[in-house]
Design a protein around this ligand. Structure first.
Ligand code: PEP
Ligand code: MN
Length: 338
């Protein structure tokens, strides 16, 4: 951490910073310039300290971090890539894992048809929300426990693991009885009580990026899961909010190589929520695979016109089958396979 003192600061103020740093067990390096004094604070845990501790001291102009605030999710903490295993399926390895299915579980027939078709095309995880975090309280909120029971039945029938969202810390144990992967939605990325409870559950977890959150905040949220001992964390980029409004969100394709650089956790991409329109999904799915994503989470509905949620961004089974075929050579070109 670097503390820049105000021009004309006095020796007592500089000493105040030095003493505060020493009281926290930090090393100190002073750079006394002609106009400005800069104090470098040294220690392995400066990333976890609030910059405010120094910013509030008299004579301090600004405080800049050098260390990242996240720790357990960082490459410094673990150099090699983490591999997450879900029912024998490895996420973060050479295989690009495709998760697909409807936005929401609507009925047994809908879910079974989705499972049958996505599996036939090569998806290896079925998605489907039983608890839906909706912007409006008047929108369909999901079938809840009945939806989980349908997921369990279809999972059994087709032998495909399922990823489903949990929105409330009180439902974590219930949802983990049915889910192979717990999804934390974008709106809940910084619901720290939810993250802590899921961290204790040890169930594999898909942590979506908050649509207004930086990558640093996302990785720091992942630390909440890791700190409780849950090492089965998969990140999911799903688009962020920018000034651009021609798509539902702006897919931050850059976050994929950034995550690969700074974190050991696997990262997948949800093109459907980023796009908001089915016609955009194939192109951004291909871009994500080319950019190094470890998987995709794609909305597919047997009959998008009848979908209760997100029909406009859902692929039909035949559209999904076509996309899967188009993705294979792209995966191969980056040394991966589907
Ligand atoms: C979803 O995957 O169904 C969902 C609600 O996504 P997000 O949390 O990314 O909006
Ligand atoms: Mn959706």
């Amino acid at each position: 951490m670097i503390v820049e003192m105000r021009t004309g600061t006095n020796p007592e103020e500089i000493d105040g910073v030095v003493q505060r740093a020493k009281s926290l067990g930090l090393g100190v390096q002073l750079n006394l310039g002609t106009d400005k004094t800069v104090v470098a604070l040294l220690g392995s845990n400066t990333g976890q300290l609030s910059t405010d501790i120094f910013a509030v001291l008299p004579g301090v102009e600004s405080v800049t971090r050098i260390m990242k605030p996240y720790k357990l999710s960082s490459r410094e903490f673990k150099a090699g890539d983490s591999l997450i295993s879900v029912n024998g399926i490895e996420i973060g390895g050479k295989r690009i894992v495709i998760m697909a299915g409807p936005c929401a579980v609507e009925s047994e027939a809908q879910l079974a048809e989705a499972a049958r078709t996505v599996k036939e095309s090569g998806a290896c995880v079925l998605r489907g929300g039983a608890f839906k975090p909706r912007t409006s309280p008047f929108s369909f909120q999901g079938l809840e426990k009945a939806g989980l029971e349908l997921l369990a039945r279809v999972r059994e029938q087709f032998g495909i693991p399922v990823v489903t969202e949990v929105v409330d810390p009180h439902d974590v144990s219930l949802v983990s009885e049915y889910a192979d992967i717990l999804q934390v939605g974008s709106r809940n990325m910084q619901n720290f009580a939810l993250l802590t409870t899921i961290g204790r559950s040890k169930c594999p977890v898909l942590l979506k990026r908050g649509f207004s959150c930086t990558i640093t905040e996302w990785l720091t949220a992942a630390d909440y899961l890791l700190a409780e001992g849950n090492n089965q964390v998969i990140l999911c980029e799903r688009g962020i909010r920018t000034f651009e409004d021609s798509a539902r969100f702006s897919l931050d394709i850059c976050s994929i190589p950034v995550i690969k650089r700074f974190s050991h956790l696997p990262v997948i991409v949800d093109p459907s929520h980023a796009a908001g329109h089915y016609s955009l999904v194939p192109a951004i799915s291909k871009a994500a695979v080319a950019a190094g994503a470890d998987g995709l989470l794609i909305e597919v509905h047997p009959n998008p016109k009848e979908a209760l949620v997100d029909g406009l961004q859902s692929l039909t089974p035949s559209g999904f089958a076509r996309l899967m075929e188009e993705l294979r050579p792209i995966a191969e070109s980056v040394g991966r396979y589907i």
